[in-house]
Design a protein around this ligand. Structure first.
Ligand code: GAF
Length: 392
């Protein structure tokens, strides 16, 4: 049963009537372009088939009630809260994300009458696959729907406006200083394509991403590692980039070009140089990947993926033992390219493999983890799936 159908069912069981609507949004894999989004750069994500669905009905008393089906299959309810009482810090745990979205919409002038939400999803959490963005985006679309947007000729906000609202919920309500990659991917990706997104201009292009006909598969390796310093490490890297741009008197690191990179680095304190080198070379790798996907077999992007991992490991320093073990084991057992994906310090790696090599790569990764006494990773192959949409 789809996440949307399960959310509708759970809603009916909880409330004794069907929801008004169900919306769902996917998690994502970022194929390449890491930590470039908050530097005004380029990213290339695709949507996962894993989705979070939000079944919603309007209520008229100004309260927001939220419930989610936990891993044990049981419904966890969050204490209903008045929309007027929503403020950063007022809600904790999983409910922070949907509550944050309701708060942002209120701040943006969207009149909500109150809402009942039941949330069901299968996006792996804590795996760097954007489960929080999936939840934010599905909630935003569900709440906008019951507020009447897009119905009866009312203008629906554009996807990028919704993405920015969802990002604001994450930044200001949940307190994570993330960029715009995950929400844009969740909302704007389409099936069988990767989304080339220029964060500065807001321009997007759907790049065909059909691995099957090239005899390839994309393996996701969820390392199950989630290192304690992930949040502080992300913020530190972001501040480092902003400081470097300020010292260089540039709007963002997007404006450093690869041709004058060495001269530019020489003008910076030593500790900032590797950060800048990663961002500049990573932006170039995104452009090169897009060019290769337009003109050649996807096999040709393997080396760019691997170079991206090396840059994150050695320059940006956001990899960890589990991610390096996953990437190295995949490459030595025949993957055509491999890299960590997402924010880093744990989470998932991806490997591009020829179909006939997939089993050998999976076995090699599992063995490498076992040899090092690391927790068994979760492996699955995936395809580029659809972005957010209405289920009911
Ligand atoms: C996380 C963030 F949420 C994104 O905005 C992005 O910066 C990514 O890490 C790294 O590319 O997923």
């Amino acid at each position: 049963m789809s996440a949307g159908a399960r959310a509708a069912k759970a809603f009916s069981e909880e409330h004794g009537h069907a929801p008004d609507r169900v919306w769902s949004a996917p998690g994502r894999v970022n194929l390449i372009g890491e930590h470039t989004d908050y530097n005004d750069g380029f990213v290339l994500p695709f949507a996962l088939p894993h989705r979070t669905a939000v079944a919603v009905a309007a209520r008229t008393d100004g309260l927001l009630s939220m419930a989610t089906v936990g891993d044990d299959g049981r419904l966890q309810r969050s204490e209903p809260i008045a929309l007027d009482d929503l403020a950063p810090g007022a809600v904790r745990g999983w409910a922070t994300y949907p509550a944050g979205v309701a708060w942002v919409l209120g701040e943006a002038g969207v009149a909500l009458p109150g809402a009942e939400l039941v949330i069901v999803g299968d996006v792996p959490t804590g795996a760097g696959l954007s489960s929080s963005a999936a939840l934010e985006c599905a909630t935003a679309l569900a709440l906008l729907d019951i507020a009447g947007y897009g119905r009866d000729g009312t203008d629906a906000p554009g996807l990028f406006e919704v993405a920015r609202w969802a990002q604001r919920a994450e930044n200001e309500f949940a307190g994570a200083p993330t960029g715009l990659l995950d929400q844009t991917a969740s909302l704007a990706c389409t099936e069988a394509h990767a989304l080339f997104f220029d964060v500065r201009s807001g321009e997007t292009e759907q790049i065909p991403f059909d691995l099957d006909s090239a005899g390839l598969e994309l393996l996701v390796i969820d390392t199950r590692a989630n290192h304690a310093h992930s949040e502080s490490g992300y913020g530190e890297r972001r501040r480092g980039c902003e400081r470097a741009a300020e010292l260089l008197e540039l709007r963002a690191l997007r404006d450093v070009t690869a041709t004058d990179l060495e001269d530019t680095l020489a003008r910076l304190p030593e500790d900032l140089r590797p950060l800048v080198r990663h961002v500049v070379t990573e932006n170039d790798r995104v452009l090169a990947t897009v060019e290769k996907l337009r003109t050649a077999s996807p096999t040709s992007i393997g080396d760019l993926m691997t170079a991206s991992h090396v840059s994150m490991r050695d320059d940006y320093r956001i990899s960890c033992e589990e991610l390096d073990v996953a990437v190295d084991a995949a490459l030595t057992s025949g993957a055509v390219g491999a890299r960590m994906t997402g924010g880093g310090f744990g989470g998932s790696a991806i490997a591009l493999v020829r179909s006939q090599d997939r089993t050998a790569v999976e076995r090699a990764v599992l063995e490498a983890f076992e040899q090092r006494n690391l927790a068994t990773p979760r492996l699955f192959t995936t395809v580029a799936a659809a972005g957010a949409g209405r289920d009911l």
